[in-house]
Write a protein that binds this ligand. Structure first.
Ligand code: GAL
Length: 814
């Protein structure tokens, strides 16, 4: 094959991110392999003359900080966290994860050889952390400061016709720039898009569904063009459904086209998008000039109707529903910020399996991959923008960028993401200090107006924590959707004083717990700290500003005008180890419903018992292996979708408990507070609403650890060098009971068509490194990540531990 033909055949096999194969007029090459990386400044590293052969070879997405040791001194902040009500500065360790994200990093890549004659080449970054300066062949192309946003540059004028074109990217992260682990590097995908010089603008398609009822939908497709000289165009617009079937097509002749072509297409009996049935469509536009195909672009979209108002609250496709949402930070635990689709998919699926129907991308702009997955899996999204505006929460945060960048950032966020049916609201901020400033209302209006200008179809919110101030200065009244972070005691006031007629729990709960840790007695407490740096899984501990899950539910159940919630957080994340931000070692959060490895904490089942309306829930806590505690009181809780249950200890009834609407802590949980511990068996028998026995669950005291039990989230992987299997490892006794105190050191080996990628045990106080093939189990469990390589075949993971039988699991890459 000639070189040109090879290039062509390569281009033809490349898929656009929307997974739609494009014809030759437009193609995207994902720039993943072949990157060289250097940590630290090198003056002139953008120059073609620099020798980078000794630089590290990396694959993008890449996080340069995740494989270095945790270090207490990194980004240590002596600070009074105002949002937490602190007045006196104290030393905060682990606030940004104690990983070395600070400093300069250089990336270089020789671009694939492509024929750019009469072509336009656009580089699209889904995100780079942070302050990206992009060079081609030593010449500066442009820069983008905010690490969470997508951006693109036309690099055509910088390319050399023949051969070697060098892309160099300089990134720099400042210390004291974040309240959580931001990650570091080109941590999201980069694509090179080749198109004709004239045609559809990057992110130029906007698909709206102004009518989306059961019987028919109107699809409005507005496409921005650039460089089109001939003003008479023929445009073919095609709508296909999920199976690829054409459901509508329109051929239009346009005279005197300026920069926009707009089409309205009606279809009957649309399949509307919802979390329960996430049906998607694709809109494709082909633009012909004198019979020649000038450009073709496509986007996925969904047909759905979202309304939020005082009459119906939050309504999707005409039906009121309360949002069952979780906030998610962007990191993927042991993978750091480096994006991986399999890891994202697993995270979202775990949330979905709990019954969640929404996420809030707190507090940053989402990645396109995450939004693609939310579209596919059926999760509604609040896509958030900023944690700061002009006033600082951390010295080097977004406050430095606000004046120059806020509008540009919002524009990119919205243009990049506006066709995702999953996104139901934009959020322009989280707990911004402007809530208290005299001009706060004006600032909300400015940013909200930008959102409305860019996207007239969606409403806008802010997560507010200074509710009294925000009511007084007009900030809260201006917002489309008033979002309250915590402050359950102010919901009534806010509802009474604000004009909107509804309240969103934009951030709720912030209950803290460590998976598998139980502290006695089980009592409710604020800012409770223990010597071991862990929080209790009786789910009774929260922060001075936060609350328990039931406090939010009581409001949602008793007040029709509360439109739902976004729990802080679905998964634990790196950084912000409240209440242990002054304790070392501790480097990740305790707020998660799941731990950092994605293993459900008990709280998962509490939310599931309420949110999952398909599957029943019956979960008992704590475990029942308490050597030395014989005769002590060990409360037993049951999180269940059933209204009533009876508890037995070694066959002896401890009585029935029924959910009690008049008691705050017994309204949603079934609790036996006076159980006396004896080794053996606890059993709950659940009764349904008719009083019939519905289900039962048993937990046994474990004996000596002997066995390693492995369970993979999937056993068939794509042989693409990117796919991941998450293997849960449990240490069990001979009878198969989890040994809940077995924190034994385990080792991992992977053979065949895969590699060991990372491991995580969910212990916020662990300083073990995620990428080394050894780790202690935490309360008997951990999760190993196995990655495919680019060949098919079997993959074997072996797990070994002291005095334990070695276990193995076989997976297959194909
Ligand atoms: C909120 C804040 C979050 C996180 C949380 C912890 O006030 O918006 O980013 O800090 O507190 O409870």
């Amino acid at each position: 094959m000639l070189r040109g033909e090879k290039i062509l055949s390569f281009l033809l096999t490349v898929l656009l991110s929307s997974s739609v194969l494009q014809a030759q007029v437009r193609s995207a090459i994902s720039l993943e392999k072949g990157w060289r990386f250097h940590k630290g400044e090198i003056p002139g590293a953008e120059s073609n003359a620099i020798d980078d052969t000794n630089w590290e070879q990396v694959v993008v997405p890449h996080d340069w900080a995740i494989k270095d040791p945790f270090d207490k001194e990194i980004d240590k902040q002596v600070i009074a966290i105002e949002q937490n009500g602190e007045k006196i500065p104290t030393e905060k360790t682990g606030r940004t994860g104690s990983l070395p994200y600070i400093g300069v990093g250089w990336y270089r890549l020789v671009l694939p050889e492509v024929d750019v004659n009469n072509k336009k080449a656009t580089l699209v970054f889904d995100g780079a952390m942070s302050d990206a300066h992009v060079y081609i062949n030593g010449r500066k192309v442009g820069s983008w400061a905010y690490g969470y946003n997508s951006f693109h540059f036309d690099i055509t004028p910088y390319l050399q016709d023949q051969g070697h074109n060098l892309l160099a990217v300089r990134l720099e992260n400042k210390g004291l720039s974040s309240r959580w682990y931001p990650g570091a590097g080109i941590y999201r995908p980069v694509n090179l898009v080749l198109s004709n010089p004239s045609g559809v603008r990057t992110w130029g398609m906007f698909v709206k569904t102004p009518i989306a009822n059961e019987d028919y939908a109107r699809i409005n497709i507005r496409t921005e063009l650039e460089g089109v000289r001939n003003k008479n165009l023929k445009v073919i617009t095609t709508i296909t459904d999920q199976s690829g079937r054409i459901v509508a097509q329109r051929k239009g002749e346009f005279d005197n086209v300026q920069e926009i072509v707009e089409e309205n297409i009606d279809i009957t009996k649309p399949k509307r998008w919802s979390p329960e049935d996430p049906s998607l469509y694709c809109a494709k536009i082909e633009i012909y000039e004198n019979g020649r195909l000038l450009d073709m672009d496509s986007t996925r979209f969904g047909i759905r109707d979202v309304q939020i108002n005082a009459q119906g609250g939050f309504m999707l496709n005409g039906k009121s529903r309360k949002l069952k949402g979780v906030c998610l930070h962007h990191d993927l635990g042991p993978l750091g910020a480096a994006l991986n689709k399999a890891a994202l998919r697993r995270q979202l699926q775990i949330m979905k399996d709990m019954g969640a129907d929404a996420i809030r991308t707190a507090h940053n702009m989402p990645s396109p991959w995450q939004m693609d997955l939310c579209d596919e899996l059926g999760l509604m999204v609040i896509a958030e923008s900023f944690d700061e505006w002009k006033y600082a929460k951390v010295k080097n945060g977004y406050n430095r960028l606000y004046d120059e960048w806020a509008e540009k950032d919002l524009v990119n966020l919205i243009r990049r993401h506006r066709n995702h049916p999953s996104i139901v609201m934009w959020s322009i901020g989280n707990e911004v200090p402007e809530q208290r400033s005299a001009n706060g209302g004006r600032m909300v209006k400015l940013l909200q107006d930008i959102c409305h200008r860019e996207d007239p179809t969606r409403l806008v919110t802010v997560g507010m924590d200074r509710v009294d101030n925000a009511i007084t200065n007009g900030f809260a009244a201006v917002l489309d959707v008033p979002g309250l972070n915590y402050r359950t005691h102010l919901y009534e006031t806010a509802y009474g004083k604000l004009p909107q007629g509804f309240i969103l729990g934009s951030e709720t709960a912030s209950t803290v717990s460590s998976r598998g840790i139980y502290k006695f007695p089980a009592i409710e407490g604020k800012e409770v700290k223990y010597d071991d740096g862990q929080s209790s899984s009786y789910d009774l501990e929260s922060c001075s500003w936060s609350n328990l899950p039931e406090d939010d539910w009581i409001l949602q159940d008793d007040k029709s005008w509360v439109i739902g919630e976004f729990v802080w957080t679905g998964f634990d994340y790196l950084g912000e180890p409240t209440p242990y931000d002054g304790y070392w070692p501790s480097r990740s959060s305790y707020f998660g419903i799941c731990d950092l490895a994605g293993l459900p904490k008990d709280r998962y089942y509490l939310y599931k018992s309420r949110w999952d309306t398909v599957e029943s829930t019956l979960h008992i806590l704590p475990h029942w292996t308490w050597d030395g505690k014989e005769g002590d009181t060990i409360p037993v809780y049951c999180y269940s979708s059933y209204p009533e249950a009876e508890l037995f200890v070694n066959g002896v009834s401890q009585g029935k408990r029924k959910k009690d609407p008049l008691s705050r802590l017994d309204r949603y949980r079934l609790r036996w507070n006076e159980v006396v511990y004896q080794p053996g068996t606890i059993k709950v028998i659940a009764y349904d609403a008719a009083g019939e026995i519905a289900e039962s669950k048993t937990v046994h005291t474990a004996s000596k650890p002997t066995t390693i039990y492995l369970k993979a989230d999937k056993t068939i992987l794509d042989a693409d060098g990117k796919d991941l299997a998450f293997v849960t490892v449990e240490i069990r006794d001979e009878e198969g009971n989890l040994c809940p105190h077995a924190d034994l050191p385990l080792r991992f080996e992977v053979e065949g068509a895969g590699i060991f990628k990372a491991v995580c045990n969910g212990d916020a106080t662990s300083l073990e490194m995620f990428h080394e093939p050894k780790m202690n189990a935490f309360n008997g469990k951990l999760v190993v990540l196995v990655q495919s390589v680019e060949k098919s075949g079997t993959i074997d993971l072996k797990v070994k531990g002291p005095e334990l039988n070695t276990a193995s699991i076989r997976m297959m890459a194909q």
